[in-house]
Design a protein around this ligand. Structure first.
Ligand code: D61
Ligand code: MG
Length: 413
């Protein structure tokens, strides 16, 4: 009933949802014939809901490099995330993983479901990796080495300070930004982006994830996954897991708002990074995940549901973001609207209300100063279902009824 109910409430989700459905179908048709590349693209669509489609729309040469970059790092992350692997086994693998990418005989069974298949068939990823240009191989190996070392460091180290938090997010996502900037440059399609901007692109995405996935991570079996920094949560509770208990709801939401306010600090750098991109496909690849992230932060802000289940953007809105993020004015527009959504939820008694408000105002000022906000219709802020989409919806229903009536008649004649 989820999506159908949502479509009733948001009838203008239908067309973008149909386009998304078609894009997913087309992507499936574009699976390359060679068995190792077919395995890689099939796995990409299985293990990455959010990135597969935006990777698919990149030009071939870069698409293959980004696809392999994704699968190599996802395999590394599968080792890191598998809390059933003892530390003395896990750390050496994380440290040496970058060299295993060249070795088609190397395997390590871990992870569950599709992640386990990726690990069991990893030799097919190595085969494809070895077919990439040397420039791409060098960039991927370099980032894999640094990420493995960073992950290994935090296997035995807690995320205590906000600096630890930024350092951990740098290792698992900031480095992805740096690596992608190197791949874009190696493809000759973009200039080399400044490292601090590439890093912020990763931190904004990873922090949105870490905030949204609090409950899933703290309830991880056999061992909790804890990424919220003690420097923040210790202002509200004595133990990180205390945030999930009913009696701590007020403190939990205040802590959540503090985490969201921290993540907003990276938005300006993301605007600078995205607005410097020249290639339309690379622009969409970089912009769409960032719009999803500000949407997720706006959804999570002041929302107790983060401590009750996983909060997710509705599929129709995701489809709209993918369909309508094509130029910088779309990015400023979406960030402006989602900031309005977040701002409307700021309660002045929240201990961070002033800081949150000033960060939101700064983001909205940058969007307004771009001077492109007025030339667009908001698809995020809807004051009630707008009639033309309702008309489309009704027309759709009527057509369906006529069609089924006619086909029923034809079959009886
Ligand atoms: C432009 C476009 C895409 C960008 C970017 C700039 C900068 C950074 C990123 C994408 C990475 C953002 C990561 C956010 C999602 N978090 C995770 O996936 C966590 O794992 C991190 C370690 C493995 C990173 C794998 C990755 C992700 C996206 C990519 C990529 C590699 C390569 C190319 C393009 C996009 C999270 O994993 C969640 C899970 O296990 O599903 C975790 O374990 O913390
Ligand atoms: Mg991980």
């Amino acid at each position: 009933m989820g999506t159908l109910g949502a479509v009733f409430r948001h009838p203008d989700d239908i067309y973008p949802l149909l386009k998304l459905k078609r894009a997913v179908k087309n992507a499936a048709k574009q699976i390359p014939p060679e068995p190792h590349w077919a395995f890689c693209y099939t796995m990409l669509h299985k293990v990455s809901r959010s990135f597969a489609l935006v990777i698919q729309q990149l030009d071939t040469d870069l698409r293959n490099a980004v696809c392999i970059f994704y699968l190599v790092l996802r395999a590394l992350d599968t080792v890191e995330d598998d809390t059933s692997i003892p530390t003395e086994v896990k750390v050496p693998i994380l440290l040496a993983f970058h060299s295993h990418v060249y070795d088609r005989d190397w395997h390590f069974a871990c992870g569950t479901k599709d992640y386990k298949v990726l690990m069991d068939q990893f030799h097919l990823v190595s085969t494809a990796f070895l077919e990439l240009g040397k420039g791409y191989q060098k960039a991927i190996e370099d980032i894999t080495q640094k990420m493995g070392a960073g992950m290994a460091k935090f296997i035995c180290k807690e995320v205590e300070t906000i600096d630890d938090y930024d350092e951990y997010c740098h290792y698992v996502a900031g480095l992805v930004g740096l690596g992608l900037s190197k791949l874009f440059y190696a493809s000759g399609k973009e200039d080399m982006a400044p490292e601090d901007l590439s890093n912020s692109m990763g931190l904004f995405l990873q922090k949105a994830n870490i905030i949204r996935d609090y409950l899933e991570d703290i309830n991880e079996i056999p061992k909790s996954r804890m990424f919220w920094p003690r420097e923040i949560w210790s202002k509200y509770v004595n133990k990180l897991e205390d945030l999930k208990y009913e009696e701590n709801s007020v403190k939990a939401v205040e802590c959540l708002n503090d985490m969201v306010t921290n993540a907003l600090t990276h938005a300006e750098d993301c605007f600078k990074y995205i607005s410097a991109l020249k290639n339309p496909a690379i622009f969409r690849f970089c912009a769409i995940p960032q719009v999803m992230a500000i949407g997720t932060l706006a959804l999570c802000y002041n929302n107790i549901e983060v401590f009750r289940g996983v909060v997710k953007m509705r599929r129709g809105l995701t489809a709209k973001v993918i369909d309508r993020t094509n130029k910088m004015s779309d990015v400023y527009g979406a960030f402006y609207d989602f900031s309005c959504m977040l701002k409307s939820k700021i309660n002045k008694n929240d201990p961070n209300a002033t800081k949150t408000l000033s960060r939101i105002n700064a983001i909205q000022k940058t969007c307004m100063d771009s001077g492109v906000l007025n030339r667009r219709k908001s698809y995020i802020i809807q004051n009630g279902p707008n009639y033309n989409s309702t008309m489309i919806f009704l027309l759709f229903i009527i057509l369906a009824i006529i069609f089924s009536y006619l086909s029923a008649n034809r079959s009886t004649n």
